[in-house]
Each structure stands twice: as structure tokens, then as C-alpha cells.
Design a protein around this ligand. Sequence first.
Ligand SMILES: [Zn+2]
Length: 203
Amino acid sequence: MDQDLTSTVGAVARLIQEFNKLPGIGPKSAQRIVYHLLRASEEQTGLLAEALLSLKQETRLCSICFNVTDSDSCRICSNEQRDRGKICIVEQPQDILALEHTRTYDGLYHVLHGAISPTEGVGADDVRIRELLNRLQDGTVDEVILATNPNLEGEQTAMYLNRLITPLGIRVTRLARGLPFGTELEYADDVTLTRAIEGRQEF
Ligand SMILES: [Zn+2]
């Protein structure tokens, strides 16, 4: 009996620890979730466990834009209706969700998976910049929209990309300044984001 109790407590503590590592979940929330799951049916916890496993097993990065996908090229890249002359550069896949939610943009994307940050030792080779430059070689793209976050790293990355892309004869624009400095794109509301896309300016 004692042993059972120890292992149960251990399992509880372990899951609390894991939830606590997630963004936006503090120790109190982690505890609340775990004790909720403890009361839930085995079927419900099984569904959650399966969903967690398939997250990694069934997803990969799009071979073209590096968005999260379940096939070789993502639904945006393989959609013939999208304007292939425009590429919007974002830092994270979730930024695509935010921009798509506004329904104002019909071009393609490119996910850098980070931003250049000399202070944190992240250089140009650590994000998907080389892959972006490869995409710009065939001459189909006539506008690149820099939608990196309006913070220090995002601005540095945008400036760096502008220096690389402008000489290729491609128009480089930046999201309008309506986004408050220091924020992240994924937290911007639809109205602000729509204004930022529509009001984009030459870099
Ligand atoms: Zn894609």
C-alpha cells in the first residue's frame, strides 16, 4: 500500500513538473491540471496522451516554407490560389496562424524559426535564412514582407534581411508601425495585425 502511494505521488509530481515547464503555466496551474486529470476518465487521459504522441510523430516542417505540416509541403504552399509573388517572413509557425486569422494576406510564408540575436549567440546561420535566399533565386517573388516581431531581435533580423534581399531587385516591405514595440506578433489582435499588413511600407 505504501509503495502504491509513493509511486502515485511520484507520478503526480512528475506530471506537475512537466506541465510547469510549458509556457504560461505556473506551478499552481500545473497542479490544477494534474489533479483534474487524476479525476478524469482513463479514456480522456488516454486521448490526451495519444494527442501528445502524435504531435511529434505526425508533424514535420514544410520542405518549402518550414511551417508545421503533416505532408511534404504545407497547405499554404500547395494551395494554387495563393499569390506566389509574395513571401511573408515570420519568426515562428504560430505567427502564420495569427496572420492567416486576419484573412488579409494571400501570399506565401517563410518561417525563420528564430531571430538573429548576437546577445544570445543566435547568428544568421542558426535561422532559415539560407533556405529563404534559395527560394528567391528563380525570380517568381517580387515582394518580401518582413513580419518579424517588433522587438530588438526582430528589428535586427529585418535589417539584416533587407540588406541581403534589396540587392536582388525584390521589393522589401515591413509591417506598419501600428504594432507596439517590444511585443510579439502572435499576441497582436486581428484589427492591429490587419492594419499592419495593409499599411506595410517600403523598408
Ligand atoms: Zn509551406
